[in-house]
Design a protein. Structure first.
Length: 353
């Protein structure tokens, strides 16, 4: 096994918001790769854990590549569908199964037959569908909505999450029996700052990639730029690194990228203050809320939630990961709230105008 290996998404995923590259150069990453190569040839269900933007789909693709399966690799984001549609998306439906089902359609399980189905953000799967997924794993067959005929399956399941499923089980948001069924083989993908040996190889990959697209020949990172990249804490992981390199190439006056061209970087030591944080003064907030509640609004909880979300969304520069950190909740929960209050739709409409 070579000391450095690179995984990238297929060209069809060029506009994906996922991490688009993953390297195995750091000792932690090389140990993970060795574990992947042990697990891949088996039929064991795999659970990949890690923060958003660390490259979980790329790791799932590596598992599929090493499995020897002849079927396709199918990636599905469980958080991308409404609760009313995800059942039909995963398991398929027959004609007339629900309003608008004008013709029968195979689900993602059938589409991945003889291959690998990758379910990202598995923690977002509703409880009633967790029961159905468990049954599919046990019986190796699926029943479409509106049908009573089971369809045999030969599918390798790989799932991923950026939340603590054990905590979700304890909070009764995730079924314990499904968790143990999914975690037969677990692959923990560390945050980028915990595998620093991968940072510069990834930076050089993105530098070469975007230099070629922008026609910037001979692009390189100076020593001070490399030092700045290694010192940053990378809360957005690989996706953030890609954006930093891309922006630097666009704005740098020459093909030499210096530390001053890298926007938004700070040293980990600046963020890791050992002293305990001072609790915020909430007296002004208490007064404002008391005055607001005195008005007798019938939608007080909705309005306050929207206001808090709007402030965090704005303060984070419309970044879902940073918004989640500000609010102390998961990125999946933030995305649900943004959809509920229409912030994602308004942002999309603004981008079109």
């Amino acid at each position: 096994m070579s000391a450095s290996q690179l995984l990238t998404l297929p060209q069809a995923h060029a506009l994906s918001v996922r991490a688009k590259a993953l390297v195995f150069d750091d000792p932690v990453s090389l140990a993970l790769l060795a574990r992947v190569e042990q697990i891949a040839p088996s039929d064991a269900t795999v659970l990949i854990t890690g923060e958003t933007g660390t490259g979980k789909e790329l790791l799932a693709r590596r598992v599929h590549q090493g499995s020897g399966r002849r079927g396709p690799f199918v990636a599905v984001n469980c958080g991308a569908f409404s609760e009313s549609m995800i059942d039909a998306e995963l398991f398929g439906h027959e004609t007339g199964a629900f309003t608008g089902a004008h013709q029968a359609r195979a689900g993602w399980f059938e589409a991945a037959n003889h291959g690998t189905l990758f379910l990202d953000e598995i923690g977002d799967l509703p409880l009633h569908l967790q029961v159905k997924l468990l049954r599919v794993l046990q019986e190796r067959q699926v029943v479409r909505l509106g049908s009573r005929t089971p369809i045999a399956l030969d599918v390798r399941l790989v799932v991923a999450t950026n939340v603590d499923l054990r905590a979700a089980v304890a909070a009764q948001r995730f079924r314990a029996d499904l968790y143990y069924r999914l975690s037969v083989a677990t692959l923990p993908l560390r945050p980028l700052h915990e595998r620093p040996g991968d940072i510069l190889p990834l930076a050089r990959h993105f530098l070469d990639h975007y230099a070629q697209r922008l026609g910037r020949t001979g692009a390189r990172l100076t020593t001070d730029a490399q030092t700045a990249l290694l010192a940053h804490d990378w809360p957005g992981n690989i996706r953030e690194l890609e954006n930093v390199i891309h922006y630097a190439l666009i704005t740098a006056p020459t093909d030499t990228v210096r530390a001053s061209d890298l926007q938004g970087l700070h040293r980990r030591s600046d963020a890791a203050v050992s002293t305990a944080p001072t609790p915020p003064n909430t007296s002004a907030l208490d007064v404002a809320l008391t005055d607001y509640l005195a008005q007798g609004s019938a939608s007080a909880l909705h309005d306050v939630e929207a206001a808090l979300l709007r402030s965090a969304w704005s303060a984070s520069g419309h970044n879902q990961v940073h918004t989640a950190r500000l609010l102390g909740i998961t990125r999946n929960a933030v995305r649900t709230l943004l959809k509920r209050h229409g912030f994602l739709e308004s942002e999309f409409q603004a981008a079109l105008t």
